[in-house]
Design a protein around this ligand. Structure first.
Ligand SMILES: Cc1cc2nc3c(=O)[nH]c(=O)nc-3n(C[C@H](O)[C@H](O)[C@H](O)COP(=O)(O)O)c2cc1C
Length: 380
């Protein structure tokens, strides 16, 4: 079951208006059939970033070793969520400092984040803040008077950096429902539970988060349609021929140009598939007896800022030694071929005009036989 985690950011332990509206949002999300959980940001002791720069150099944040620091606990909890609702009061026309304190520390902080193979090549987790990439969130901000509009936008650049899609925002001034003692003694003061419009807004945010799980604008589901449209229009060979990849020197080459000189057989793989790709290439090389050029196209999604192309190229060369390597740096092939992370495929181009793609499934070794049969014929 998908899970939506609500994160309350009030500094209050009791009678928080924003936390109340968060619970309303989560209730609405639960009605959509998702599991929900409410956490309080302030229950976690997150030490402030001291700017050491470890996280930008592929190293653990040293604060994670401090027994006082609880970022890892929060992070591990947030990783369970498929979507989030953040709720906060407005403090001084922005959010309370705990939010910024937390977001400053959203660099890689788990062992798996720092594991190159996993970190770089997992399509959903390819950038810092694995807990968030490819997920969706909504936010609810409560002010007494002015400032919710500023507060709503204050963390947007940070959320964008960690590739979290903010898909619904609700900001509201609730002066007559405000919980401050000075307001509550006024004759027009009302309990937050009666703030019907605010509850409607919170419900809408919760429902929207639940209904958009899996539709992050940073990691949309495979864009099959346009490719199918091209296929339906008989333009598949043309589309493959004009598909651009990068060679080891980062120069762009068109598949069609390569195939016009000699038949081409590409194994397509990402890092998770690479262990299978080497033997596959060797098998193809042997089988085809040098009648075609066998090469790897490595799919590489967005890289974190501290990983260079050179580093990736070095790593790929180590995994698939002895073969020509090409790179699809933006992972355009993943969605185009509807390839799952770690799923290899074979693309064979006998000429500019003739291309055939075989996706290989762990459970369906038969496809490989089919591919080999086609290749034996195609490259004679
Ligand atoms: C330090 C502090 C600063 C605040 N600054 C603002 C402000 O700039 N604008 C505003 O409308 N309300 C401001 N408020 C009021 C809170 O936003 C308001 O009481 C809110 O409902 C509190 O939400 P909570 O009960 O979830 O903590 C401030 C409150 C505090 C404690």
């Amino acid at each position: 079951m998908k899970k939506v985690i609500g994160l309350a950011g009030s500094m209050k332990k009791h009678h928080s208006s924003s936390e109340y509206l968060l619970s309303v949002a989560l209730e609405a999300a639960a009605e959509q059939g998702v599991q929900t959980e409410l956490l309080r940001l302030n229950d976690y002791n997150i030490l402030p970033c001291d700017g050491c720069g470890n996280c930008m150099n592929g190293k653990h944040c040293h604060l994670l070793n401090d027994p006082e620091d609880q970022l890892r606990e929060l992070y591990d909890k947030l990783k369970e969520g498929d979507g989030f609702v953040f709720a906060s009061p407005v403090y001084a026309l922005s959010l309370p400092a705990v939010w910024k304190n937390w977001i400053d520390r959203c660099e890689p902080c788990s062992d798996e984040d720092l594991d190159f193979e996993y970190y770089n090549y997992d399509r959903v987790a390819g950038v810092k803040g694995k807990a968030f990439k490819g997920k969706v969130a909504g936010q609810i901000v409560v002010a007494a008077g002015p400032g919710h509009e500023w507060a709503l936008s204050s963390l947007m650049p940070c959320f964008t950096a960690i590739k979290l899609s903010m898909i619904a925002s609700a900001g509201i001034s609730l002066i007559e429902y405000d919980g401050q003692p000075g307001i509550r003694k006024r004759p027009w003061s009302k309990p937050i539970e009666e703030a019907e419009e605010a509850k409607m807004m919170a419900r809408a945010v919760g429902m929207r988060v639940a209904s958009s799980l899996g539709f992050s604008y940073f990691d949309l589901p495979a864009g099959q349609e346009s490719w199918e449209q091209q296929q339906a229009g008989g333009k598949e060979a043309l589309a493959w021929s004009s598909f651009a990849i990068q060679n080891a020197e980062d120069e762009e080459v068109l598949l069609g140009d390569l195939a016009s000189e000699r038949p081409q057989v590409f194994v397509i793989g990402d890092q998770q598939a690479s262990i299978r790709c080497g033997p596959l290439l060797e098998q193809l090389q042997q089988q085809l007896g040098g009648k075609a050029d066998c090469a790897l196209i490595a799919r590489v999604g967005q890289l974190p800022h501290f990983i260079t192309h050179e580093f990736v190229k070095g790593k790929t060369k180590e995994t698939v030694p002895g073969f020509t390597l090409y790179y699809d740096w933006e992972d355009k092939l993943g969605p185009r071929c509807a390839l799952a992370p770690g799923q290899p495929a074979i693309l064979a181009g006998r000429s500019r005009e003739e291309w055939q793609l075989f996706t290989l499934d762990e459970a369906d070794g038969g496809n490989l036989g089919q591919a080999l049969e086609y290749l034996a014929e195609a490259v004679v």
